[in-house]
Design a protein around this ligand. Structure first.
Ligand SMILES: NC(=O)c1ccc[n+]([C@@H]2O[C@H](COP(=O)([O-])OP(=O)(O)OC[C@H]3O[C@@H](n4cnc5c(N)ncnc54)[C@H](OP(=O)(O)O)[C@@H]3O)[C@@H](O)[C@H]2O)c1
Length: 254
């Protein structure tokens, strides 16, 4: 078993922020396992890009909103680690996969509540629980929250509440895992141009302008604004950063 190899598992690595996180983390010498929900072809392209950087990579299917599938996923993860990485555990877990739904409280149906809760809270909680026995001591967890837990934009009460819950979980996780030397941090991106919420930040001129005008740096975010921060949190230099919420928004809604 290799002693120097470090492996990061990044959920939702087929597109958007997760793809950039995977590429940037690979570019500093980590091996990567990404997950995807539907877009296998896109995920395999990311794997190829990582391999062209000289790192090992695999893509596994996972619906992070469906806890019933997690045991099967863990079995697949362990097999992949053994066969493709000659390892039994990962070093870093980045809980990134997610969806955006704008849904004002007044007309939010229970099924939308459940959808957002399953992907952003329940799934993240239990996936992390199930992966922890297969994380190395001294590793780290990164949760992806949102700038919307600090500032409010109408329509995001439910989404932001789920992300807020993750920020609380992060603190407790850091405390509970300290004995194993596992750090836990939150990265909270501001609005970023991805496919998220139908690509609204990227493709809707009005939304893009509204966000840019309330940003200190005068623009919306792009995936490369975020990926390197995740990579940094997976380095030795970040070893004393723990239990933090790090907002990466360019100064949104100050
Ligand atoms: N973009 C923003 O403005 C922004 C701002 C703050 C925080 N965030 C957060 O950043 C994270 C990534 O967002 P993004 O902008 O990169 O979104 P994105 O471009 O829409 O990509 C979403 C990724 O998550 C995966 N995914 C979605 N639902 C999933 C599920 N149920 N199970 C497993 N994987 C699933 C997708 O896989 P497939 O490709 O297979 O569908 C894809 O890889 C999310 O947690 C989001 O809440 C985004």
């Amino acid at each position: 078993m290799s002693t120097t190899r470090k492996i990061a598992l990044i959920t939702g690595g087929s597109r958007g922020l997760g793809k950039e996180m995977a590429l940037r983390t690979a570019s500093i010498g980590l091996d990567i396992i990404i997950t995807y929900k539907n877009n296998k072809a896109a995920a395999l392209e990311v794997v190829k890009e990582i391999q062209s950087l000289g790192q090992s990579a695999e893509a596994l299917q996972l619906d992070t909103s469906n806890t019933a599938t997690f045991e099967g996923f863990i079995a697949l993860l362990l097999e992949t680690l053994k066969v493709n990485f000659e390892e039994e555990a990962i070093d870093f877990l980045v809980n990134n996969a997610g969806i955006g739904i704008k849904s004002p409280q007044g007309n939010t149906e229970e099924k939308v509540f459940d959808e957002l809760m399953n992907v952003h809270l329940k799934g993240v909680f239990f996936l992390t629980q199930k992966i922890l026995p297969y994380m190395k001591n001294g590793g780290a967890i990164v949760y992806i929250s949102s700038g919307l837990t600090r500032f409010a934009i109408p329509g995001y009460s439910l989404y932001a509440s789920m992300k807020g819950a993750i920020e609380i979980l992060n603190k407790y996780q850091a405390l509970e895992l300290g004995a194993r030397g596992i750090r836990s941090n939150v990265v909270a991106p501001g609005p970023i141009e991805t496919d998220f919420e139908g690509g609204a930040v990227r493709d809707n001129k009005d939304v893009n302008q509204f966000i840019s005008q309330s940003n200190a740096l005068g623009r919306t975010g792009i995936p490369s604004d975020i990926g390197g921060v995740i990579a940094f949190l997976c380095t030795e230099e970040a070893k004393w950063i723990n239990a933090q919420r790090i907002e990466v928004s360019g100064g949104q809604n100050l």
